[in-house]
Ligand binder design. Sequence first.
Ligand code: P6P
Length: 341
Amino acid sequence: MRHSDTSVVTIERYIIEQEQHYPQATGDLSAILYDLALAAKMITNRVRSAGLADVLGETTGINVHGETQQKLDVLAHNIIIKAMDHTGRLCAMASEESPDLIPIPDGFRTGKYALLFDPLDGSSNIDVNVPVGTIFSVLRKVSAGTHGTMADMLQPGRRQVAAGYVIYGSSTMLVYTTGQGVHGFTLDPTLGEFLLSHPDIRTPLCGRYLSVNDSYATGWEEPVRALMRHYRGLEGGHPALSVRYVGSLVADFHRNLLGGGIFAYAGNHDHPAGKLRLLYEVNPLAFIVEQAGGSATDGVQDVLDIVPHALHQRTPLFIGSADDVALARRLLGGPLAGAGA
Ligand code: P6P
């Protein structure tokens, strides 16, 4: 169903409308998205008041109620676990905050989906009021038995059934895809509702922005340095891109998704395989950007085709506008693929 710009549509209603495209749907995936939207509202409240932690005397490690002060990303992790672990829709979870698979507690029903997430990416930016984000990925259970196993987590990103992120910025937005395009919802704090604000997001074929941390340039391979010279308009006739690097993945990705651009995090001396995690940072954003008309590569292949071997494995990442990513594939040696090749 298409909505006019003046439609007031809540995320719950939109999810139900999307579900109607799948007559065989049981509603489990829709329920997972509702529950994640609820968790996002709870995390928003904590992120918004984090700057007042000093004023509220909560930075001593023990807050005013005598509770141990938790780091915000651990708090976000716990909020998501508590919102999801008893619903009977998941077989297991995985989190950036947890070294191992997170099983569904005994006594709770299990379900047919696996949820992987980074509860609060970029949380070190909270103290300087830079936007941070939650990133999530949903896979269908593939293992036998009722409880999830690592096999359910270590699936290529192309098998995702849903992916999304929440950006806690000047406003809180939830952006997700279930393979039917990319849709953005802005939280109306007076209503406590996520309202459809960005239906069917498409990312421009050619970008405006380059997001990269140049401090690693000395550790880049020469083809990466050449690629950056192209993006900066110094070589190859590529128009010079404006450099915008917040240092918070969700913030950089979101701006580039809407305005067109390329986010690049190559392997370097500090992070030979890159810094970003494949399963719960890169794959969800790659699913989203492909659904919006862009693409994402590690330099050699589409990241969505990478067969994972470890829960927290990292990957180099070049993600965003299709033509800019195709240039990365061309210069870094990967066979051309995807739009804009
Ligand atoms: P660097 C934040 O710590 C993060 O994981 C991402 O949000 C961000 O894109 C990246 O690291 C920034 O890394 O090495 O440039 O500081």
